[in-house]
Design a protein around this ligand. Structure first.
Ligand SMILES: [Zn+2]
Ligand SMILES: [Zn+2]
Length: 259
């Protein structure tokens, strides 16, 4: 037996979990889930992550401002993050941060400013970043090339070439249930290009449920399906993928593994 599934990116503060959050988390930890990393989106979400990390031994958290929250991100976001960082030693990443040009009317300049400032803070305090990039590969890569943070590009949707560049920068690549979709050829190629040593698994729950749960609320137990898809791509067993991605995440987030 390995150390179980490491869900490197989850949003259990989402309203989709309001009815059964704590029962679900208890059952996940009692089942095959070893560790959870809360992907923070704003200050309220950071408070949730810090509380959950107090409650559950293997629940870790990030703090950061998500690009979709750009309009509501207060101007003193860096001082807010600095003060949050002092609240828990289970804060192991700055995230999720990045660029999202999906919705019309996005403010590119402000998103880039907020992203870059948070990357610089992560480097200063020696924490990895959890990067969200949607329709914004070029600008995201420019900031990552400039600052070379440790971290993960989550819910990876880029090409195999981008995957190679991200891993060459020393970063990890996170895949969701999308990897199990029949039509996700691009994600499969990117997974092969990333290789097992740079791979992380995630739900991005409540979204992105893998087959055969597609469209349903996802939770961390479903990662087994994503691990099976990665195993097929990499020519390994599902257990090998679960074990190694667990180790990768613990190395990245500094959880019980020596550098
Ligand atoms: Zn994201
Ligand atoms: Zn997310």
């Amino acid at each position: 037996m390995g150390a179980g599934i490491f869900d490197s990116h989850c949003h259990y503060d989402d309203h989709a979990f309001d009815k059964d959050r704590d029962e679900l988390l208890k059952s996940l930890f009692a089942g095959g889930v070893g560790y959870l990393m809360h992907a923070c989106t704003d200050e309220r979400s950071a408070r949730y992550g810090i509380e959950a990390a107090k409650k559950y031994e293997n629940y870790y958290t990030s703090v950061g401002f998500h690009p979709e929250c750009c309009d509501d991100t207060p101007d003193d976001f860096i001082s807010i993050l600095r003060s949050l960082l002092g609240e828990s030693e289970k804060i192991r990443a700055i995230g999720e941060i990045g660029l999202d040009y999906h919705y019309e009317g996005y403010d590119r300049e402000r998103q880039m400013y907020i992203f870059e400032q948070q990357v610089m803070l992560a480097n200063e305090v020696s924490l990895p970043v959890i990067v969200h990039s949607r329709n914004a590969t070029e600008d995201t890569m420019e900031i990552l090339r400039r600052h070379k943070p440790k971290g993960v590009m989550h819910c990876f949707s880029g090409s195999a070439e981008t995957a190679k560049e991200v891993t060459a920068l020393g970063m990890y690549i996170g895949f969701t249930g999308v990897l199990t979709f029949k039509k996700s050829k691009k994600a499969k190629k990117a997974c092969a290009a990333a290789g097992l040593d740079r791979l992380l698994l995630e739900t991005d729950c409540p979204y992105m449920a893998p087959e055969p749960f597609r469209g349903q609320r996802s939770d961390s137990s479903m990662i087994e399906k994503t691990a099976a898809a990665a195993a097929e791509i990499l020519g390994l067993t599902t257990q090998q993928v679960i074990d190694k991605t667990n180790e990768n995440a613990r190395i990245l987030f500094g959880i019980g593994v020596k550098d």
